[in-house]
Every structure is written in C-alpha cells, then in structure tokens.
Design a protein around this ligand. Structure first.
Ligand code: SF4
Length: 318
C-alpha cells in the first residue's frame, strides 16, 4: 500500500500531521530526544535575497570546524540520528563541510541540506556530497531584475545525481510567473528531483501571487507543494518540539525551532529564543516556553508530543 506523500509530509514536515513522530521509539515512549537537529554552521552568505528572514543577523558568525565536529558528536551522544544542514547563511561556504560529511558517515547520521545551490550548481568536478546526503534542497535566490537562471536546477540535480533533490522558491510580489512555471516543468522532468516547493515571502507577503501560481501549476505538476503558513497559532507553553528537533546555530546557541526566523519580524527578538549554549544542551534540558511565540506552525507536533509524554488514564483501552 502506498501513502500520499504530501499527506504524510515526506518533504514538508510542518504542513502535515506529524506522522514521522509515530515512527520514533523514544517519542512514542514519552522520552523526547533531539533525534533530528537543524545545524546552521555559518551565517556567511554569497547571496543577498530581499526576502531573507535573517538578514539582520550577524553575518560573520561561524562555528569553527573543530567545534563543529565536537558539536555533532555531542548531539549524537544525546540521540541525534539526522541533521538538516541549513542557515543561517549558506552552509556550503563552511570550510568544514567535507569533514562534516565524513563524521556523519562515521556516526551513521543521515544528512539533509538546504542551500542556495550557487556553489554546487557550477561545481566543475564531482561533488564529495553526491550520494552522501540523503537529500539536498536548492533555494531559488532573487535578484533586482527578477530574472533567474532556471538551468541552475538542472546542473544542481546533475551534480547530485545520487541524491534526492528538492527545489524551493520564495514567492514575492515580483516573482516571475514564467520562471516559476519553467522551474516546475523542469522539476517534473528531472528524475532525481522529488519536489518543487513554493513558499510565501514572509517579509512582505505575496498571497495573491501564491494563489495564482497554485492554480496555474495544479494541472500536470505532481511534484509541486504549495507551502503556506496557514493555521499558525500562539506557541505552546511546554514546547516539546524544542527537545526533539532543536536548532544549533552559528552563534553557538541552541534555539527551539526553525520558525524563530519567522517570529523575528519585529515581534520577538532572537535572543529571547535562546535555550542554552550547545555544550549545555543535555538530557536534563527543560523544554522551551513557547508562549512568547505569536505564530507557531508546529502546534500539531506539540499536541501529539504532549499526549505521548503525559500519563494517560486507561491507556490500554484504545
Ligand atoms: S514557534 Fe515557539 S512554540 Fe512553536 S515550535 Fe517554535 S519555539 Fe516552539
């Protein structure tokens, strides 16, 4: 029997019921662990997108390679088995990226990558990451003119031919419909491209353009996922998400989730999101108080985790 991949959230965990949690033994036994972390190795970036949600962050911050190795070993001891390497800035700029691949292989940690693809789509030789990343998602960068080199997706997917590739386009009011449609067509054609996700610009919003594109791409584009932040609610006081999928950022702190970029739009300062220094994050770390979060998209995760972690009357009578 096969499941609808969009329904199960294979490529978009925050949009669906948190089915993957039910496959985690520690979660279903009510013992939350940081099984999947997001890692922001550097805040440096080689692009300057207008919609960048973290453009006010300190750009020079970077975890030195030896410390990055220590950090990964630390979280592995706590139960981490999957890492999404993301930003922050552009993670492929980090000088220790290949060492990170080696260490993940040694520790049997699965790696996924979110990148702008600028370095790797134009790479002249075989990428060491090819086949060693479980997945890599290329974000479309923007430009003053609104033009984008659509062929970048082809080159990126070719250079990572043994990796599942995704593509993400932030839709702004000036996004070119022709460019997005060309990328959607290309995604359908390329065998190792699993999905093409459209996300609304969180800085200025582009709801109408999103709707227009969703209608336009519905026929014939089975790989398109329209990612809207609908249904966001105030955060949970006991944010258990902060214990199962925290963020280790380039400033050396652990943050409770990857939505803090969205929360930082003039409402909540990121330092209020700090949980601990990464070295102090441990099995006894308490969960984050998410009641300061005005817009949480992980509420379903928190409700499921709360139900799994709390004692339940008449538990066997399901
Ligand atoms: S938005 Fe707040 S409550 Fe929601 S997951 Fe993130 S930190 Fe937790």
């Amino acid at each position: 029997m096969t499941a609808d991949r969009r329904e199960t959230g294979d490529f978009s965990a925050g949009l669906s019921m948190p089915w993957k949690i039910f496959r985690s033994r520690t979660a279903i036994e009510g013992r939350p662990r940081p099984e999947h972390i997001r890692l922001y190795p550097t805040n440096r970036c080689n692009a300057a997108c207008s919609f960048c949600a973290i453009r006010k962050w300190t750009r020079g911050e970077e975890i030195p390679t030896p410390e990055l190795m220590e950090l990964v070993r630390h979280f592995h001891r706590l139960g981490t088995r999957a890492i999404t390497v993301s930003g922050g800035g552009e993670p492929t700029l980090h000088p220790g990226f290949d060492a990170l691949l080696d260490l993940a292989g040694e520790l049997d940690i699965q790696l996924g990558l979110i990148t702008n693809g600028l370095l790797w789509s134009d790479a002249p030789k075989k990428l060491p990451a090819n086949g060693r990343l479980v997945w890599a998602r290329m974000s479309v960068v923007d430009s003053e003119s609104g033009n984008y080199d659509v062929g970048r997706l082809r080159r990126f997917s070719r250079n990572l031919s043994e990796t599942a590739v995704g593509c993400y386009a932030t839709i702004t009011s000036r996004s070119s419909v022709d460019t997005i449609r060309a990328l959607a067509d290309l995604a359908e054609e390329l065998p190792n491209v699993t999905h093409f996700k459209l996300g609304e610009d969180t800085v200025s919003g582009a709801g109408e353009k999103m709707s227009e594109l969703a209608d336009l791409l519905k026929p014939g584009h089975g790989k398109v996922i329209v990612h809207r932040h609908e249904g966001a609610v105030r955060g949970a006081k006991r944010c258990l998400v902060s214990l199962v999928r925290p963020v280790a950022a380039a400033d050396g702190y652990v943050y409770p989730c990857c939505s803090m970029e969205l929360e930082d739009l003039g409402q909540v300062r990121p330092d209020r999101f700090r949980m601990t220094r990464w070295r102090d994050f441990g099995a006894d770390t308490g969960c984050f108080d998410g009641s300061i979060c005005p817009k949480c998209i992980w509420d379903r995760y928190n409700r499921v985790l709360a139900a799994l972690c709390a004692p339940m009357e008449h538990e066997r009578f399901f």
